[in-house]
Design a protein around this ligand. Structure first.
Ligand SMILES: Nc1ncnc2c1ncn2[C@@H]1O[C@H](COP(=O)(O)OP(=O)(O)OP(=O)(O)O)[C@@H](O)[C@H]1O
Length: 242
């Protein structure tokens, strides 16, 4: 279909009689940082589920580098470079920071032994958690849990990171650190797709912005243009001059 890195084509997702995604077209270009905004319930997280393969699309197709991966399970998509974080970080609390990351290297990248160990350590170093590798995950504060969530995605050897509201709940100082880290990951060559309600953080990272509303793409393009779109203001910012 396209030579974009990842694309959803006419994606429909129904839960019972509820159409949560209503024919969404989305393209993600290699190396870009794409932001996704929209009001609560717009279908953003559901779209991530369909792209990552944790939710089957009711209709439509998902492509990676032009290849139809619609029927691929999430594990196969992960092994081919699609990694995601979740709104609420879910580390295995009884395991150490390193063990949590090793699980991702083993299951997400099918690595074993020293290779898994190396990849897990590299991922932890990349997010600044190297010195905390031996600590129980349960002892981490919120920013470090988010760093661990990122490390777990990095340990799978991704080409594209789907970040779901990773900025939520952080202080301004913590957000600044997170933004610096995500920008660095993008500078490493990773493609980033970031759903975020904390707009000022998002706008410091992204090249392009998509706004969703009620299961459809309302606007997309340069971030400033999308944010100035009266339809976006109405839907997302709760009403504004037209
Ligand atoms: N498994 C499910 N079964 C039924 N309805 C669901 C399911 N998952 C999501 N929904 C509904 O789909 C709609 C879209 O949810 P989704 O989480 O994708 O929205 P969102 O844009 O990510 O919202 P938020 O910004 O609040 O995270 C909501 O109305 C939600 O209640």
């Amino acid at each position: 279909m396209t030579m974009d890195l990842l694309a959803g084509h006419r994606i429909v997702k129904r839960f019972g009689c509820l159409d949560v995604l209503r024919g969404v077209d989305v393209t993600i270009r290699r190396g870009e940082a794409l932001g996704v905004v929209g009001p609560n319930g717009a279908g953003k997280t559901t779209l991530f589920g369909v792209l990552a393969g944790t939710l089957p699309a009711s209709e439509g197709q998902v492509f990676m580098e032009g290849r139809d991966i619609t029927a691929w399970p999430a594990a196969s998509r992960c092994r081919h470079g699609i990694a995601r974080t979740h709104q609420v970080p879910r580390p295995f609390l009884g395991m150490s920071v390193l063990e949590n990351t090793l699980v991702a290297a083993q299951h997400g990248a099918s690595l074993r032994g020293a290779a898994a160990d190396r990849q897990a350590h590299q991922a932890l170093d990349r997010v600044g958690l190297g010195p905390m590798a031996g600590r129980p995950a349960a002892t981490l504060g919120l920013l470090d849990r988010k760093r661990l969530e990122l490390a777990r995605t990095l340990a799978t050897g991704p080409t594209v990171l789907l970040l779901d509201e990773i900025g939520g709940g952080l202080t301004e100082g913590e957000l600044a650190q997170l933004v610096t880290l995500i920008r660095a990951l993008r500078d490493d060559g990773l493609t980033i797709v970031w759903i975020e309600h904390v707009l000022h953080a998002l706008l410091r990272v992204i090249d392009r912005l998509v706004c969703m509303d009620a299961g459809a793409v309302l606007a997309e393009g340069a971030p400033a243009d999308v944010m100035a779109d009266p339809r976006v203001m109405r839907a997302y910012l709760g009403g504004a001059p037209t």
